[in-house]
Design a protein around this ligand. Structure first.
Ligand SMILES: [Zn+2]
Length: 241
């Protein structure tokens, strides 16, 4: 079977998803068509942190847990419009830590991570996408970066590369590469293709400001959506589900 022509399809669907509502009168808005190769896929979106755990905080008070949740909700909308079944580890400002388990494990963070892993075990997603924001003592570092586990699922690297390429095409000047990272607890313990997307550095003043901007958040959500679409469309067809 010939491979579907990716770019025109994505552009068409993207235009509909992002612009359709703004440009067309309400009664003329077409339904966004489900994309062959994406519909019936299951994506687990994991906005990092939440509740008691703010994640990193920028010098201007930019808070990781709020940025990643907002972008995850924008991404969910795009994926749902393409027919993807989206499961989220959290949809509000909450953590997943269980106090009793945290006491037993001696770590609130570990209990929170275990709960996210359990959700992945129950949902059995095709891919797991965890969203985070970076921070570094030196303020010059910037740009989104995607991580995968080389010892994890063999498709993790391709997934990370597809998302990273898309982010680099979307964010002017961004040129980081998808990186293997083997000591990340979440990635080490997932058996489906899994990535951590660091959306940018709040320690970089200009990028921190951009991360607070709605149109930049839309662009990042679109970039990840497009990276996922590329990954799924290039993948072998669904088998038996
Ligand atoms: Zn984080």
């Amino acid at each position: 079977m010939p491979r579907p022509r990716l770019t025109p399809l994505l552009v068409a669907v993207g235009s509909l998803a992002l612009l359709g509502r703004a440009l067309l009168p309400a009664d003329a808005v077409p339904a966004v068509p489900a994309i062959a190769g994406m519909s019936d896929r299951v994506v687990l979106l994991d906005p990092g942190h939440g509740g008691y755990d703010p994640g990193v905080i920028g010098p201007g008070g930019e808070v990781e847990k709020e940025i990643v949740l907002d972008i995850a909700l924008r991404l969910r909308e795009l994926l749902a419009a393409a027919g993807v079944q989206v499961v989220m580890t959290r949809e509000t400002d909450r953590h997943l830590m269980d106090p009793e388990e945290a006491a037993r494990l001696g770590s609130r963070k570990r209990s929170d991570m275990e709960a996210r892993l359990r959700l992945a075990g129950e949902a059995r997603p095709d891919v797991f996408v965890s969203l985070h924001v970076n921070s570094y003592p030196a303020p010059r570092w910037w740009g989104p970066q995607t991580f995968f586990n080389r010892e994890g699922h063999p498709d993790g690297e391709r997934l990370a590369g597809s998302i990273q390429d898309s982010l680099n095409r979307t964010v002017p000047g961004a040129d980081r590469r998808a990186n293997p990272r083997n000591q990340l607890f979440l990635l080490e313990n997932l058996d489906m293709p899994a990535v951590i997307v660091e959306l940018g550095f709040v320690s970089h003043p200009a990028e921190a400001r951009r991360l607070m901007d709605a149109s930049h958040r839309d662009a990042l959500a679109w970039a990840i959506f497009s990276g996922l679409a590329g990954y799924f469309l290039a993948a072998t067809p669904l088998s038996g589900r």
